[in-house]
Design a protein around this ligand. Sequence first.
Ligand code: AMP
Length: 144
Amino acid sequence: MSLDGTYDPGNIFARILRGEMPSVRVFEDDHVLAFMDVFPQARGHTLVIPKHSTARNFLEETPENIGPLMEGVQRVAKAVRAALNPDGIVITQFNGSPAGQTVYHLHVHIIPRWEGVALGRHGEGMADVEELKGLAAQISAKIA
Ligand code: AMP
């Protein structure tokens, strides 16, 4: 899909938001939901999505939603740091298929990085759900 298109309410993240699909949740407030990426590129790879949105990508989001979304991203990223002590953190977001986007509900990736540990491939290799639950609990406990 390109940058143009129509929001599909059946997309996987919309279904997670509605509780129709399972997710390993980390944090939630009135504006955002954070949950573990099931095909993580690194240990602790977390996604943050706006809850009240039909934006497929960053360009489509309302200015009113951007602030709370990015506040949520910062809050979760700080918790990831406090919980997992990475050497660095990638915060990234893809718009359109040529940019690497595969799910068309706006989302932001928080990917911890450690010196000497290569980044996993995007969207490959499903994680062990029990391990994700443990990581989510660690991160959740550090939300300030
Ligand atoms: P993007 O390629 O930026 O659209 O990112 C979509 C991300 O969602 C990828 O990193 C996938 O690993 C992740 N993903 C896909 N399905 C699920 C799911 N059911 N639960 C959690 N993460 C998912």
